[in-house]
Design a protein around this ligand. Sequence first.
Ligand SMILES: Cc1cc2nc3c(=O)[nH]c(=O)nc-3n(C[C@H](O)[C@H](O)[C@H](O)COP(=O)(O)OP(=O)(O)OC[C@H]3O[C@@H](n4cnc5c(N)ncnc54)[C@H](O)[C@@H]3O)c2cc1C
Length: 460
Amino acid sequence: MGEPSTSPADLVILGGGSGGYAAAFRAAELGMSVVLIEKDKVGGTCLHRGCIPTKALLHAAEIADNAREGEQFGVKTTLAGIDIAGVNSYKDGVVGRLYKGLQGLVKARKVTYVEGEGRLVSQTAVQVGEQTYEGRHVLLATGSYARSLPGLEIDGQRVITSDHALRLEHVPASVVILGGGVIGCEFASVWKSFGADVTIVEALPHLVPLEDESSSKLLERAFRKRKIGFELGTRFSGVTSTDDGVQVSLESGKTIEAELLLVAVGRGPVSDGLGYEENGVPMDRGFVVVDPLCQTSVPTISAVGDLIPTPQLAHVGFGEGILVAERLAGLSVVPIDYAGVPRITYSEPEVASVGLTEAQAAEKYGEIEALTYDLGGNGKSQILKTQGAVRLIRAKDGPVLGVHMVGSRVGELIAEAMLIYNWEALPDEVASLIHPHPTQSEALGEAHLALAGKPLHVHG
Ligand SMILES: Cc1cc2nc3c(=O)[nH]c(=O)nc-3n(C[C@H](O)[C@H](O)[C@H](O)COP(=O)(O)OP(=O)(O)OC[C@H]3O[C@@H](n4cnc5c(N)ncnc54)[C@H](O)[C@@H]3O)c2cc1C
C-alpha cells in the first residue's frame, strides 16, 4: 500500500461519472468530507461519450431533416450538405460548457478531486499511484464500457463503438449497426438524417426490444418510412474487411456491405482488475451486487450506476448516488422503483416510456386494460407532421401502470407520465385535469379521457 492520506474522509468515491459525482455533491451538501477519484474527466460517459454528445448530434440531424423537408411546410429550403467539422464543433462546444460548469461545481461543493486511476486496496481504502485515500465509506462508481461479441474485434477504424462514432470526422456513406437497442437506433437516426445508408441488425424480433411491443412496431414502421433498413431476429455471424469497408455476414446467410460496422450490443461493467473481488465485494458477471439501497454485503462499500445491474441510464446513476449519500448521512431513504424511471430513445421519431409494458402488467396484475391514442387526433402533432401514439396500460378499475409513446418530441412528455405512474393516478383523475391546447401534451390528456370512458377527439 502507498502513503496513507492524513485522516479518513467520510466518503471516498471511485469514478466521477453521473453516479459518482451525484453522490459526491449530495454528500458534501450534507456536510460529509468527500474524495472523488477520476482517471479521465468528471462527467464520465454521459457527458463526454454518451447522453450529451449523442443528443447534440440528434439535434443537428433534426435541423438537417427540417432543411430537407421545408417544402412540406411551404418553406423553400434545401439541404446543401453536412459540415461534419461544424457539427462536431457545435457538439464539443456543448460538452465543453457543461464540463466547465461541472468542474466549477466540484470546487464549489468543496469536494477533494483526485485525478488518477484508483484501485480498491481494502474495504475502506482506494489507492491512486503512491497515495492511499482512506474513507469511513467507499462508493464504487466505475461505470461501463462498450461491449463487443466474442471474436468480434473492434479496430476503431471500420469496426467501431459509440466512442469512435462520436469522434468520426466524416459522414459514412453506409453503415451496418449491430444492435437495435437505444444506442443503435439513435445512431441509425442520426446517420440517416445525415445522408448515410443504414442497416440495423438485431438478434431479437424487434427494435428497442425492452420497450412495449406496440412502441417497437411503431418505431419500425417509422424507420421503414425513413428507409432505415433493419434485419430482425437475425444473428450476426462475422465480418471481413473489403477494399473500402466491411462485409457483414448474418446467420441467415445474408451479407451486407458497408463502409462501417457500429457495434452497439450493450455495455459491460468496468470492474476488472480494480481489487473489488479481492476485497470481498460480491460480484455477478462483472457487476457489483447490491441490496435495494445500493449497499454491498461489505458494510463499508456501496456501488451505483452502470456498475450495478440496474437500468444503465444517467438519471438512474444520479438517483442512486443521491440515495447512497443520504443513507450514509443517516437520512431516511427508500429503494428506487426502477419501473418508475422514464426511458427515452431520442431517435426520429422518439420512443418514451415509464412503468410496465403490457406484457409485464398482465403478468403482474392479471386483468388489465390498454388503450392507444393515435397522434393523428392531436393538433400539434399534425402541425409537426409527426405520427405515432400514446398507449396507456391500467389495472382493471385501477391506476395507470404504464405509459408508452412514440412520435417526434414525445421524450419531453414523459415527465408528466412519470408523475402519473409514480403517484398511482387513476385515469379519471388525470382526465379531469385540463391540458393546454394545442400541445402534444394534450395527447396524454386525451388518452386518459378515452381510458376514463369519455373520449374527445377519438374516431371510431
Ligand atoms: C452513446 C451513449 C448514449 C447514452 N445516452 C444516454 C441518454 O440519453 N440518457 C441517459 O440517461 N443515459 C444515456 N447513456 C448512459 C449513461 O451515459 C450512463 O448510464 C451513465 O454515464 C452511467 O454513469 P456511471 O457514473 O455509472 O458511469 P460512467 O459515466 O461510465 O462513469 C464512470 C467513471 O469512472 C471512471 N473510472 C473508471 N475506472 C476508474 C478507475 N479505476 N479510477 C478512476 N476512475 C475510474 C471513468 O473514467 C468514468 O468517468 C448513454 C450511454 C452511451 C454510451
